[in-house]
Write a protein that binds this ligand. Sequence first.
Ligand SMILES: Nc1ncnc2c1ncn2[C@@H]1O[C@H](COP(=O)(O)OP(=O)(O)OP(=O)(O)O)[C@@H](O)[C@H]1O
Length: 271
Amino acid sequence: MDAAIESRSMEDMDENPVPLVLASGLCRFYGRKGAELKALDHVDLTVNRGNFVLLKGRSGSGKTTLLSLLAGLDRPDAGSLRVGDYDLSPGKNPDLDTFRRHGVGVIFQSFNLLPTLRAVENVMLPSLLAGCKQGAAQKRAGDLLKSLGMGPRMHHLPAELSGGEMQRVAIARALVNEPDLLLADEPTGNLDESNAMAVITLLSDLVKKGATLVMATHSDMADPFASHIIHLMDGRVSDARPDPLASAASFVKGAAPYTDTLTTSIQGMKP
Ligand SMILES: Nc1ncnc2c1ncn2[C@@H]1O[C@H](COP(=O)(O)OP(=O)(O)OP(=O)(O)O)[C@@H](O)[C@H]1O
């Protein structure tokens, strides 16, 4: 194995860290055998509950590929991968529909909201697909959007929202089924600096309330909030370190569910 990472935040110094992601020798190759492009080349990764892990590295280094494997949107060619109770390793046959609906929430750079659905309907969708009744899904989505400062805009179409507002809707959608793991791929890539910082603060607050987050980014803006920073180069881990400012990613023991109180972080967000 080329690189091993054992991610440990301050709370992980606890005697009993709880691993959520366990990857070993993870590989994803594209193209013909013998001339394949090694998008991920024997990556080892442990993410414990409550970690805020940043994936960094230049374009093409494998960040999105790794997130796609963690999200169950793509499958590894070799190695082993567990996320919570789900074994996503090659040759295994996990219930990917259930995993994607309940195990993981994904936030994308381009928001990926359905343009013909209103904000609240976009957020309801994962709950409805998971079998939640219409009324309960609507209440849950509405409550989440209100907690993200989107109450007054919840009946707007995506085209009627600013970038920062669309990303808040997308974050609510990622949270609605209370996933174990949050993944974010360049979530601030389409935002101005003020909205980008507000989104990072919001995501950091979610971690403080108990979420586990793996986020790919080119920006250094989130560095002070992360518990761990992992650098990828040509599909391999080139450097991984706990960040000295890891306290921002503290897992607050006994805190309320992280979706309950989110309002403080959104004040800096401007339409
Ligand atoms: N579906 C695919 N088919 C072939 N090659 C692919 C595919 N997806 C990704 N790649 C290649 O795998 C490598 C890793 O890509 P990946 O998207 O993971 O990089 P990245 O670090 O996320 O880049 P960026 O910062 O530009 O988003 C790149 O060389 C890319 O061209």
